[in-house]
Design a protein around this ligand. Structure first.
Ligand code: NAD
Length: 519
């Protein structure tokens, strides 16, 4: 195994031991209380769901863009009407802060329902293609996109709306039936939103939710026409390898280790605010959170002082409503172990913990890790090379932007990155040299809210994109149509081959294509 592969494999495997389980006990990670039980769907049940989905899909597709868009627009309204209920369920099964659930789950879901209701048709309408080839002039060329049929969406636990239900919306808008396998840790939000879609007029069976562990997800791969997977890189590899058996196409949104580069001319206040906000947002359990920071030497001390002051003031606690806590619990119990391992490994190798650094809180149930800031770190430490996925912010001093770029690219991952600089041209020039699917200058994460802008990972962070045209076309079968309207019944190049015609054609081709300049 290469070091890069080791870094990926040692990322957490969230598959909870589940042999023979028929039910999942869903916990509130902020308290440790069991709040619900949901069934584990067996492979046979998944097969039955697939039959059902395929049976209802043609009628759903036949509704056309307008009919489907009506259901999704009603869903947008339903989600706004039921804001408190939805945010409440997200908070209860993730342990995140109310604001994190509001902004990055509920608000995203509301926007996405309306976005795909409106844009499915323009993104998927027949496209007339014009060609420069002289051989097919006068023909009609059309590219069309029809639904694939049955799409499987497998999601993680960190954003139960955004990264699970959110990917079902474009698949449904395109006319597919969908089976969603939400994370075993956070299945309740998906079940609530399914209820909402039924209230909004979506026929039974068009979207189905298959709750269960990894085995349920693995079974799904055998029955669908496409898999949209969001989760860790290690599981993504397993999913892709299984999908290869049936040549099922996949779209993969995987792990990350996003760097932030703070250049010497940065607005240091903004840089520090961005770093603290987006390393701790959602308890650091965001695929595109700031996982590591490289700061140019002249502003390093000032940056660390500002980050330290800000991070030390964060309220880490149970969120009971708006404004009650800044950083919530850790959703996945095993993730606390990963964060602790990274912090302890850094400490043992000489890093200094300037804020936080410990798991749990005396007298409190649930799963917790303090917002933590580390300095004196380097790339021998797991906190700088492996996905931590927790409330930590390791900061490394670099000599210059060149060193920052080299270190930022020294990773198997390439999801997102950010650069902070007042010189926008320089910021953008640095951005273009970073190996990441998305790079933000003077910002972090907000690209996700621009549903027109494709978002996807480079390197081991994934393949395919969500959002934009590609974010819905991937749920479609593409068909190219060529129609010849006027033609001779036997064209000159057809059988039998004739020397005179062949030589004439060669002359014509040389005339058309042979006029380029010689090198
Ligand atoms: P995970 O890979 O452990 O699980 C993801 C989903 O896959 C779960 O529903 C799980 O039950 C299912 N699963 C597990 N084994 C399976 C198998 N063999 N076949 C099919 N399905 C299987 O990920 P997680 O811990 O839930 O989520 C955290 C990870 O997700 C992090 O690495 C994070 O970076 C990543 N993530 C990426 C994005 C993105 O857009 N790139 C967004 C959110 C999260």
């Amino acid at each position: 195994m290469t070091t890069e592969e080791q870094a990926i494999e040692s990322s957490v495997d969230s598959t909870v031991p589940n042999a023979g389980a028929t039910q999942i006990a869903v916990e509130n990670p902020a308290t440790g209380e069991v709040i619900a039980h949901v069934p584990v769907f067996s492979p046979d049940e998944v097969a039955e769901m697939a039959r059902r989905g395929r049976a209802v899909q043609p009628a759903w597709a036949a509704l056309g863009f307008e009919g489907r868009s009506r259901v999704l627009s009603r869903m947008q309204k339903w989600m706004t009407d039921n804001a408190e209920r939805i945010i409440g369920v997200v908070v209860s099964e993730t342990g995140k802060a109310y604001e994190d659930a509001q902004l990055a789950d509920w608000a995203y879901g509301v926007a996405a329902a309306g976005f795909w209701a409106k844009n499915a048709e323009p993104y998927l309408a027949d496209e007339k293609i014009s060609t420069a080839s002289p051989f097919v002039q006068g023909r009609k060329l059309v590219l069309r996109h029809s639904p694939l049929g049955l799409v499987g969406v497998i999601g993680p636990w960190n954003y139960p709306i955004t990264n699970s239900f959110g990917d079902c919306i474009p698949a449904l808008a395109a006319g597919n039936a969908v089976i969603l396998k939400p994370s075993e840790v956070t299945p309740l939000t998906s079940l609530l939103l399914l209820e909402g879609l039924h209230e909004c007029g979506m026929p039974e069976g068009v979207l189905q939710v298959a709750t269960g562990y990894g085995d349920t997800g693995a079974a799904l791969i055998d029955h669908v026409d496409m898999i949209m997977f969001t989760g860790s890189t290690a599981t993504g590899k397993r999913v892709m390898s299984k999908a290869a058996e049936t040549l099922t196409p996949v779209s993969m949104e995987l792990g990350g280790k996003d760097p932030m580069l703070v250049l010497a001319d940065a607005d240091v206040d903004r840089a520090a605010n961005l770093a603290v906000m987006y390393s701790m947002f959602n308890g650091g359990q965001t695929c595109i959170s700031v996982e590591r920071v490289y700061v140019e030497e002249p502003v390093y001390d000032e940056f660390v002082a500002k980050v330290t002051a800000k991070a030390a003031g964060l309220r880490n606690g149970v969120s009971t409503g708006p404004g009650t806590a800044d950083v919530g619990a850790m959703t996945l119990p095993k993730q606390v172990d990963v964060v602790e391992r990274h912090v302890e490994d850094a400490r043992a190798k000489g890093a200094k913990v300037v804020v936080g650094g410990h798991r749990g809180h005396a007298g409190r149930g649930g799963y917790w890790f303090e917002p933590t800031v580390l300095v004196d770190v380097d790339h021998t430490m797991a906190c700088m090379t492996e996905e931590t996925f927790g409330p930590t912010l390791p900061i490394m001093k670099v000599a210059d932007a060149e060193e920052a770029i080299r270190l930022a690219n020294d990773s198997p991952y390439g999801l997102s990155a950010s650069v902070v600089s007042k010189d926008l041209a320089k910021g953008e020039a640095v951005a273009r040299r970073l190996e990441a699917g998305t790079v933000l200058v003077n910002d972090v994460l907000v690209n996700y809210l621009a549903l027109e802008l494709p978002m996807g990972g480079a390197k081991a962070s994934g393949m395919g994109t969500r959002h934009g045209k590609g974010g819905i076309r991937k749920f479609c079968q593409h068909q190219s149509i060529l129609v010849t309207r006027f033609a001779l019944s036997n064209e000159p190049h057809m059988y039998p081959y004739k020397k005179r015609v062949t030589q004439g054609m060669q002359k014509a081709i040389r005339l058309i294509y042979g006029r380029g300049k010689r090198a």
